[in-house]
Ligand binder design. Structure first.
Ligand code: BYC
Length: 329
């Protein structure tokens, strides 16, 4: 049992969300307004539980699927130093997945159920990981800018209301800062390298900026379905557009100062301090997050392969009659 709303299925949760006790709901919202953290055994509306679980679960999936595009470059990293840093980073991302699955489990859904929903295509994960990492420069762009985007999101949400998610995010942010530094270092090395390296990083930037990175923070606030409720409950601490603006404010100047360009002729800082940009194709965004992006099938196929081939290890570890595991015996 988890709190007083044991999760059986989404339908039950939605139904129970409509009949919350108004007094309990008011006290819950007052706690949030006072800046208190909500912990797993505390009373919470079923809709809060469902939403926080949805967000943490998607985030956990994004970490382990996100390890795949970079993982494919470990064997092809250009130097030993870059290879060591990339191995450590990919390992960290999988570790973030574990932390987040553990935080999501506090809301009543088992890890097995979450992994099943990922593999069946029921659950979503971040749009960006459905695009290919074609060259080493893609790895520099992911390490620098995808991690930068993640930090914008996670630093904000680490101050949110659900205790286990906030604590996981705080720890993840420390590691992401290292990832960003290694990504920026690789990015600058290419941008200030030979003409061919510069061309390579410009090409990767063109492909990742528009649309994957512009989609990364989610649809415009006017069509975002969850933002209003999640901000009221302090699960999200910034709207999608606030995060996108914060990202552009911090990172567009860093790209321009290296003499690189961004593939958006409209991109400029307005007099009021906000950034003007071309709206990316939101139909493409919804296609990609619903399973029809350039690499969705490949990403899930790799995860299914790992799930199948790691089954004997999990079963052996969980088998109380096996005292010692001797590999290859
Ligand atoms: N990708 O109402 P909205 C990393 C969905 S990993 C996919 O605005 P919300 C890294 C959304 O779920 C870090 N789907 O949603 C790892 C909803 O669909 P459903 C990844 C997206 O939740 C390895 C629908 O669109 N970060 O950094 O209020 C290597 C409507 O949107 C996306 C996280 O996962 C998207 N980009 O706000 C390197 C952060 N955006 O569920 C790096 C956790 C929206 O109704 N998530 N959708 O079917 C969040 O903070 C929020 O979910 C979002 C979206 C801000 C992304």
């Amino acid at each position: 049992m988890y709190g007083n709303a044991y999760i059986e299925n989404d339908t039950k949760l939605v139904q129970s969300a409509q009949v919350e006790d108004p007094e309990k709901l008011a006290e819950f919202e007052a706690r949030i307004a006072r800046g208190e953290k909500i912990e797993p055994d505390d009373w919470m509306p079923a809709e809060y539980r469902r939403q926080v679980l949805r967000m943490i679960e998607q985030h956990a999936h994004s970490e382990i699927i996100g390890a795949l595009p970079e993982g494919t470059w470990i064997t092809r990293a250009p130097t030993l130093k870059r290879k060591l840093a990339l191995i450590a980073k990919v390992q960290d991302e999988v570790g973030h997945g574990h932390l987040l699955y553990a935080a999501a489990e506090t809301l009543g859904k088992s890890r097995e159920a979450m992994i099943n929903d990922l593999l069946s295509g029921k659950s979503k994960y971040s749009n960006v990981f459905n695009y290919p990492a074609k060259t080493w420069a893609d790895i520099a762009v992911i390490g620098f800018l995808v991690d930068a985007g993640a930090i914008v999101n996670q630093l904000a949400n680490a101050k949110g209301s659900y205790g286990p998610y906030c604590r996981a995010l705080e720890r993840i942010c420390y590691e992401e800062s290292f990832h960003l530094k290694q990504g920026y270092d690789a990015f600058v090395a290419l941008a200030t390298g030979t003409p061919m390296q510069r061309e390579m990083v410009q090409d990767a930037l063109n492909r990742w900026w528009f649309p994957p990175l512009m989609h990364f923070f989610g649809p415009p606030d006017t069509i975002s379905v969850h933002t209003e409720k999640l901000m009221r409950w302090k699960v999200k601490m910034m709207s999608n557009e606030e995060m996108r603006q914060d990202f552009m404010e911090q990172y567009v100047p860093k790209i321009w100062e290296l003499g690189l360009t961004l593939p958006d002729p409209k991109l400029k800082k307005k007099e009021d301090g906000s950034w003007e940009y071309t709206q990316p194709d939101w139909d493409e965004f919804f296609r990609v997050i619903n399973g029809d992006g350039p690499c969705n099938k490949e990403r899930l196929a790799v995860r299914r392969y790992a799930e199948e081939n790691g089954r004997w290890v999990r079963e052996a570890l969980m088998n109380p009659t096996i005292k010692h595991i001797v590999p290859y015996a």
